[in-house]
Structure formats: C-alpha cells, structure tokens
Design a protein around this ligand. Sequence first.
Ligand SMILES: C[S@@+](CC[C@H](N)C(=O)[O-])C[C@H]1O[C@@H](n2cnc3c(N)ncnc32)[C@H](O)[C@@H]1O
Length: 182
Amino acid sequence: MYEPREDSLMLAEQVKKYAKGVVLDIGTGSGIQAMTAAKLKKVVKVYAVDIDKEAVDYCKNNINDKKVVFLKSDLFKIFRVDKRFSNLKFDTIIFNPPYLPDDPKLKDLALDGGKEGYELICRFLNEAEKFLKPNTKILMVFSSLTGKEKLEKYLLKKRFRLIELNKQRIFFEELYVYLIDK
Ligand SMILES: C[S@@+](CC[C@H](N)C(=O)[O-])C[C@H]1O[C@@H](n2cnc3c(N)ncnc32)[C@H](O)[C@@H]1O
C-alpha cells in the first residue's frame, strides 16, 4: 500500500480547497485524499476506489467515516457494471495516479503508468467523460518524468482545460497538481 508521500500531501492541499459535493477518489491507497475530502462540510459523499485489494482492505479496516465508501475497482469499472451506481456522476474526481514508465523488472501498481508512463492517465480521462457533470473538477498529480507535452496535447484533443495549481521540485523531478475541467 502506498504510504503518503510529497505528491499525496501536495494533492491533499488542493483537495481541501476544491473538493465538494459527491467526490470520487481513484487509486485511494492509504485513503488520504478520501479522508481529507470527507472532513470538508462542502463534501456530502466520497467514493474511494483502488485496483489493489490490499489497499481497499486496509482502508475498510482502518477508516470509519459514514461519508466514505471504499470499493475495489479498476478506474471507473465498478460504476459502469454495478447497477447500484447507475447514473452516478461526480462533482469532484481526485486522482494521484501511477505516472511512471513501467519497469519490466519490478511491477508496482502504485507507480506503473504504462509503457511511456501516461497511458493509464489517458484511459482515466477517456473513461471519466461518462461521469462528469457540467462543472466537475478533476484534481490530478503529474510529473515532469512523464511526457508532459503529450498529456497536454491529449487533454487539448479531448477538449479538457488544464490549470496548474501547484508545482514542487523534489530531487530530480518536478511534481504538478492540475485542475482539469471541460
Ligand atoms: C501513487 S498511489 C496514490 C495513493 C493515494 N491516493 C495518495 O495520494 O497517496 C496510486 C494508487 O493507484 C492505484 N491504482 C493503480 N492502478 C489503478 C487502477 N487501474 N484503478 C484504480 N486504482 C489504481 C494503486 O494501487 C495506488 O494505490
């Protein structure tokens, strides 16, 4: 399970400012973003998903907040296939994604973002469309280590708007928190 790091803390700061309404936290890991959102009065409900069963079990066993539901899911899959969630859309979507190029020698669900590093993010943005309201805000972490220009091009092609909320240099990498909307 991904212990909160600098990227987690940077994102949580923006969650405090922007999260509201019905929130989805994708790749919840330790549950840090879900819990940050749940503490806010302007947030009514938090769905927190992770593909990693261990992370979901950890959150279920250690976090008890009536506003938050933890579910195992590959990105948005559970909201497409489970009838309990039909027609559900989100006001805020939070994603601290795995954004590094896959390391063939060491598989790591929390870090591997695809061959180039941004493939999972592109899949996320594609799948997200169905769950957006007109004013939905996406809060997402990204890194200079992964094709920034390619991601920006992709967002433009999909008619998303991108605002850089924060950036921080950490050793050899620059981390960004983006606000993405339509
Ligand atoms: C960088 S960690 C972020 C954890 C936490 N949200 C935070 O801010 O500290 C990425 C998380 O995404 C999860 N993940 C990876 N691929 C996923 C997928 N396809 N669907 C859902 N979660 C995924 C990993 O298991 C991991 O918990």
